[in-house]
Design a protein around this ligand. Structure first.
Ligand SMILES: C[S@@+](CC[C@H](N)C(=O)[O-])C[C@H]1O[C@@H](n2cnc3c(N)ncnc32)[C@H](O)[C@@H]1O
Length: 624
């Protein structure tokens, strides 16, 4: 049976990429897991160097040690042995990456490894890069004037070849300079020695510990463009799940934690594996994992974390090969988890809620259509597709002045079901945008359909330099009021959220609570969005107290009832290319709600609510 533990799968995949057959990997991997007492960090380090070495040692032993004495030509039939042969003949070299760990550069002629069809040594033919046809470049809101879907002429639109990947001339396959060789040798020597599980310098570092000097290179606003960054040496980046033998402390971003089970049916299986690993019961992990099906997403293509789900690609960049974004399922639209009642039916949309007789672009029409009824008689968007200044300022003021409405019976309190119903703590008053939709007569390119057209600007997921984990940044300048993305996740009832929270706390459930204050909300209509396992790029947006550059605005599209709506992010000011995108999660760091994941705020804002305080908790849900 095929293995299903992601770590085992990743190890197998890494070895396959290096031309080593699974049958050779399995027995050695088992021994190694035992030897290292389940410390996967030691096995994964330096692209599984310990495993590669052990496989060859094993082979050597089986061949009676003949190989050890064999002269150089014997080595040629075993390309990976070159890892330990210091770049002999200039065919196999250990190139230092920016992360300091060596990468394998292989002569396609002499390696014996395949040179096309997804060979790991041939980035140009990476299966990742050949996936699908390149999609149209993003068009920024500014550039979309007149023709919202026309391709932008942004210089960022066509992804540049990644440094370290093989150029057409194959220059990186040439023999390296002596200095490169000598650095490579040092790395090769390192790999020769057996790795001791007691060697603490090899233990996993927390994100904040990782290569600060290199992280400086991606400082928002000051970082070089992605083309100057050094990527993973292999075209296929090996997934590196977080260690599973440690409890995540509150410094570790929640989204770096192993993804959750995907459905109640899968829960048992995942839990079995997870708990086995956490308990350190890894005696025979390779075989245990091979029997237990786990449904985890595969790692994303560094060129596109969306896996082709959005109109634009969203690449991710790391600082070293070991930094891999959390595993999650990319989903461009919200999807009901189980019990949430989301009524999307044409019959629910009355004449006053649509403009069935309109044609073309409603925003350009001399007389506003009925879709403006809910936005004070005017469209929220300008003809250029950005939120009007006045509307935006009102939204910003609402969120900053913290004006609340109160439910008669708050779903957050009833969900606790602890026999003590506390009064509602309040929900922010919000101003809605209403977009035209399918029952309207206008077309998809109508200027009153911005959020529903999805992400159009050039974004990038990157590792922040200030210990916040992964973040999202824009690669192009964005004007004030531009739509960036919506927060996408599983649609959960608050009760379901409460159940999930019992199993694992999560920092960022977004409450769709804009209407709760208007009456009694039914259980299955008190909804929230949860993006730990399924979500879009918004799950990478970090928190900033008060002066964040994004503001969330509720948007009505297909459901006139505001129990369900879209939670969309717009720029609250002009944003420069390379700036990190942030929003204020609405966290009260002085609060005492124990139900959410803690983190110490590193937003750097002078208005930070967590300054000079420690061990504070999150009081309210993000959107409250
Ligand atoms: C929705 S995730 C954002 C993406 C996350 N940084 C990652 O690496 O996946 C929220 C988590 O990011 C981290 N985070 C977000 N904003 C932060 C801040 N201002 N200071 C410190 N950590 C932050 C926290 O760990 C939080 O639990």
């Amino acid at each position: 049976m095929a293995p299903s533990n992601p770590k085992v799968i990743a190890a197998f995949r890494a070895m396959t990429n290096l031309g080593i057959h699974e049958s050779k990997v399995k027995p050695v991997l088992k021994k190694l897991i035992k030897l290292y007492e389940g410390n996967w960090a030691l096995i994964e380090e330096e692209n599984y160097r310990a495993l590669v070495d052990a496989i060859f040692e094993d082979e050597d032993n089986q061949e009676g040690g003949v190989e050890a004495e064999a002269p150089a030509p014997v080595e040629q039939v075993r390309p990976l042995k070159r890892l330990r042969l210091r770049g002999q003949d200039g065919q196999f070299l250990l190139l230092p990456t920016s992360g300091g760990s060596p990468s394998l550069a292989v002569s396609p002629v002499k390696s014996g490894l395949p040179t096309s069809g997804g060979s790991p040594t041939s980035p140009a033919s990476s299966p990742l890069k050949s996936r699908g046809s390149p999609r149209s470049p993003a068009s920024s809101p500014l550039k979309s004037r007149g023709s919202p879907t026309s391709p932008a002429s942004s210089p960022l639109k066509s992804p540049k070849p990644r440094p370290g990947t093989v150029t057409e001339s194959g220059s990186e396959l040439q023999p390296q300079s002596p200095s490169v060789l000598s650095r490579g040798n040092a790395a090769a020597d390192k790999g020769k020695n057996p790795v001791s599980p007691l060697d603490t310098s090899r233990r996993r570092k927390s994100i904040s510990d990782r290569s600060p000097s290199k992280e400086q290179a991606v400082e928002p606003g000051t970082s070089p463009s992605p083309k100057t960054k050094t990527p993973h040496p292999y075209p296929f980046i090996i997934p590196k799940a977080e260690p599973i033998d440690e409890e995540a402390d509150y410094e570790v971003p929640i989204s770096m934690v192993f993804p959750e089970p995907l459905s109640p049916g899968e829960q048992g299986n995942n839990d079995a594996v997870a708990s086995q690993c956490r308990n350190g019961n890894v005696e025979d992990e390779a075989s245990v994992a091979s029997q237990v099906p786990v449904s985890l997403p595969s790692p994303s293509d560094p060129d596109d974390i969306t896996k082709g789900e959005e109109k634009v690609k969203i690449p991710w960049v790391n600082n070293s090969a070991n930094d891999i974004p959390p595993l999650f399922h990319y989903m461009p639209q919200n999807t009901v988890f189980q019990d949430a009642y989301v009524n999307i039916s044409l019959s629910c949309i009355g004449n006053k809620d649509c403009c069935s007789t309109c044609m073309g672009n409603c925003v350009l029409s001399s007389k506003p259509c009925s879709c403006v009824n809910k936005t004070g008689g005017d469209f929220a968007y300008t003809a250029q597709g950005i939120v009007k200044e006045e509307f935006l300022e009102e939204c910003i003021a609402n969120s900053r002045t913290q004006s609340f409405t109160y439910c008669k019976k708050c779903p957050l309190e009833t969900a606790k079901n602890d026999g003590c119903l506390e009064p509602c703590k309040g929900h922010l008053k919000r101003k809605f945008i209403k977009e035209c939709w399918s029952k309207c007569g206008c077309g998809k390119h109508c200027g009153n359909r911005i959020v529903q057209r999805g992400i159009t600007c050039n974004l990038q997921v990157f590792l922040t330099s200030d210990g916040k984990g992964w973040g999202l940044r824009t690669l192009e300048e964005l004007p004030k009021g531009a739509f960036v993305c919506e927060f996408v996740g599983e649609i959960l009832t608050v009760k379901e959220l409460h159940e999930k929270n019992k199993a694992r706390k999560y920092t960022l459930p977004v409450l769709l609570d804009a209407e709760w204050g208007s009456g009694v909300v039914k259980d299955n209509q008190a909804l929230c969005l949860y993006a730990a396992s399924y979500g879009n790029a918004a799950r990478f947006i970090n928190h900033r107290c008060l002066d964040a550059n994004l503001i969330e605005i509720p948007v009505e599209i297909e459901s006139p009832s505001h129990h369900y709506y879209h939670f969309a992010f717009f720029t609250s000011r002009e944003i420069k290319a390379q700036e990190e995108l942030t929003w204020d999660y609405g966290i009260d760091f002085d609060g005492d709600d124990q139900s959410l994941e803690l983190f110490k705020c590193k937003c750097g804002s002078r208005f930070c609510r967590n300054i000079k305080r420690t061990n504070r908790t999150v009081r309210s849900f993000a959107a409250a």
